[in-house]
Design a protein around this ligand. Structure first.
Ligand code: NDP
Length: 616
């Protein structure tokens, strides 16, 4: 049976009744948030260069790539070889651009997140039939409802092969600077391999979660045992594969720091093999039912042409509150939103005020989270462990998780939850981790501590961009981000960004990436086919879009008031939402994902690229 070490806090027994007790929950949520707020915000994490560089070395390639630096000219450079880069490459090919497309990727192959994250138990938590891109184009149906990482990586490679994107790709190569050359109207793409590639167009698709981060826990360097980050899983140490069989952990005391979406998948695997597993928890995840199952071959064979697009749209519509006659995916995500939408429809019927509606949504949230907390009680045998594993915050304060073995792991005799009561690991010594003055001796520490999601694009992306007259993007956006559709910004011609601010977001991130890739390929394809040298957003079009966003946009992941009440995490900039005037410029299109898709489709349907200045 798992033991739990934790300081005291409010407990469920203090609730006035088992039914939803709004006042008690509000107080509890606030207390749980307050104890986690810290003034250093994002700065609590360590920049993984210099002495920490070993944590970001690529375990999947042997040695350093030997090749001469390049300074050739290509039509398009795409930064990133994950789904964003692959989709851009694929959609460019579909517009008839058969050559001159160079994907630059720091990993040794395509795959992005799925190249790096090969930890045991890794799988997608959005249904694979809607998450994996280009399924019909490749002619593939995933083997399970939630595909495991090796299958997703193989699919990434299949896209690279199918669209002939390997031909001009540069792997093990990191972009360190993008600089627009006003004299030649080209981008100079500098890399850590000494390349200075000239490109007419550049698309950045480096993804929001690609720079792993370590917590700045005092003494972190002093640990004498083994340690690594989940995104660089060390199978040489643990043995086994992504499927498990971690025989190298036999007889080892292993600490996992972090309990986010990654840890939820890792912990059951480590628990099966380690002599003892200690899970160091700062904030529990909300973990709902997963219900994975193999794909029914008959169902796969019966899928009609267009099924993949239809299913993706059905999922995104349902998550955006757009009515659909049926729920094709029928999973935890659509369940959450269906409950909320049922409330909204009732509210409409009852003619509720916005405040009344907000209260109604809050009650729906309380009910859903109560259900998640009840699930903990129904699975975890030790009562105090169960209590510590219950999340006390609103459901979209953190990534909702779905797993059928995570909570069960804490019933194992070799698993201990070390709850830090919101404070995190206090210290790391040469022997292990210290919490509440107790030292937990460990042979290995696994950091499941996530990725940089700083609002600073250089910190997040790893390089600066210089546009016309050498102005950096940081300077250009000093007073707030400015774009058309979140993809183009004036002063940075022929540049396209795949990201969410001033655009849109849905739980099926890849769907929106594809929407952007398709849109970008349309503009780039049009330009290349019509001899357009320079494409730049007009001042008016940019201003109009920015005003639309700032005037009525939705700050990333929920409203400002919602985020301010949330426990800290990367969704709310570590508890410092809206801490700068620029933050409101990072809002999203207020019409949601479906509205945004419609805006782009209508824009393309006009045929004359409105709002763009074209130079031949
Ligand atoms: P997260 O940022 O979600 O989690 C990091 C964890 O580390 C949190 O539990 C955090 O606690 C904890 N932590 C940080 N510092 C300390 C400390 N000093 N002491 C103790 N704990 C600490 O990263 P993940 O890698 O888990 O997930 C990132 C994202 O990746 C997900 O949100 C999801 O979008 C994506 N993902 C997707 C998957 C998929 O299937 N598609 C699977 C896995 C990840 P706290 O919460 O208190 O900050």
């Amino acid at each position: 049976m798992a033991t739990v070490k934790r300081a005291s806090r409010n407990t469920a027994e203090q609730r006035s009744s088992p039914a939803v007790d709004r006042d008690w929950l509000r107080r509890m949520y606030r207390e749980e948030r307050d104890k986690r707020l810290r003034p250093d915000g994002n700065d609590q994490y360590i920049d993984m260069s210099g002495e920490y560089a070993k944590y970001i070395e690529d375990p999947h390639v042997e040695g350093c790539l030997g090749r001469e630096p390049l300074s050739d000219l290509v039509d398009v450079v795409v930064v990133g070889g994950g789904f964003g880069g692959l989709l851009t490459g694929a959609r460019l090919r579909e517009t008839g651009i058969t050559s001159g497309v160079r994907l630059i990727e720091k990993g040794g192959d395509f795959g992005g997140t799925w190249y790096w994250n090969r930890y045991p138990g890794a799988m997608c938590d959005v249904e694979s039939y809607v998450y994996l891109p280009l399924l019909e184009e490749i002619g593939y149906v995933p083997k399970e409802k939630y595909a495991h990482a090796p299958e997703i990586l193989a699919h990434s490679r299949a896209i690279g092969e199918h669209y002939d994107l390997y031909r001009d790709a540069l792997f093990q190569t990191e972009v360190i600077e993008l600089r627009w050359d006003d004299t030649s109207d080209r981008w100079i793409v500098s890399t850590n391999r000494g390349d200075a590639i000239r490109a007419r167009f550049v698309v950045t698709a480096s993804g929001p979660l690609h720079r792993p981060k370590l917590p700045g826990i005092p003494g972190i360097k002093s640990f004498k045992g083994h340690s690594f980050h989940t995104s660089r899983w060390d199978y040489a140490y643990t043995g086994g594969t992504c499927e498990g069989n971690l025989t190298g952990l036999t007889g080892k005391r292993v600490g996992v720091i972090g309990t986010g979406a990654t840890a939820v998948q890792v912990v059951p695997q480590v628990g099966k093999w380690a002599e003892h597993l200690y899970v160091f928890q700062r904030t529990p995840s909300g973990v709902d039912v997963r219900g994975n199952r193999p794909t029914d071959p008959e169902w796969a064979a019966s899928l009609p042409p267009g099924w993949s697009k239809r299913r993706k749209e059905n999922f995104t519509n349902l998550l955006s509150g757009v009515p659909e006659p049926e729920d094709l995916v029928g999973d935890g995500w659509t369940d959450i939103v269906a409950r909320m939408m049922a409330r909204v429809r009732n509210a409409d019927a009852e003619g509720l005020t916005p405040e009344g509606l907000a209260e109604m949504m809050e009650m729906a949230d309380f009910e859903k989270m109560d259900q998640i907390r009840a699930r903990v009680d129904s699975i975890v045998e030790d009562k105090s462990t169960a209590e510590a594993l219950k999340p006390y915050y609103r459901q979209f304060c953190k990534r909702p998780c779905f797993h059928d073995e995570y909570l069960q792991t804490f019933n194992r005799p070799n698993a201990t939850l070390v709850d830090t009561n919101g404070k995190g690991v206090e210290r790391i010594t040469e022997r292990g981790c210290v919490v509440d003055d107790v030292e937990y001796e460990l042979d290995c520490i696994i950091y499941a501590t996530g990725f940089e999601v700083s609002p600073d694009h250089v910190r997040r992306g790893g390089f600066e961009l210089y546009g016309r007259e050498g102005v950096s993007l940081t300077e250009h956006w000093a007073d707030g981000m400015r774009t058309l559709h979140g993809m183009q910004t004036r002063g940075f011609p022929n540049l396209f960004l795949i990201q969410n601010s001033q655009a849109a977001l849905t739980a099926n991130f890849v769907h929106l990436i594809d929407v952007s890739a398709t849109h970008i390929a349309y503009i780039v394809g049009h330009s290349l086919h019509h001899g357009v040298q320079v494409v730049e957003v007009s001042e008016e079009a940019e201003t109009e879009w920015v005003e639309k966003i700032v005037g009525s946009g939705t700050p990333i992941l929920g409203g400002a008031a919602y985020q301010a009440e949330c426990t800290p995490g990367y969704y709310n900039n570590e508890g410092q939402p809206n801490n700068t005037p620029q933050a409101r410029y990072r809002a999203m299109y207020s019409g949601g994902a479906v509205g945004f898709i419609n805006v782009l489709e209508e824009w393309r349907a006009q045929g004359d690229l409105p709002g763009l200045e074209l130079t031949r």
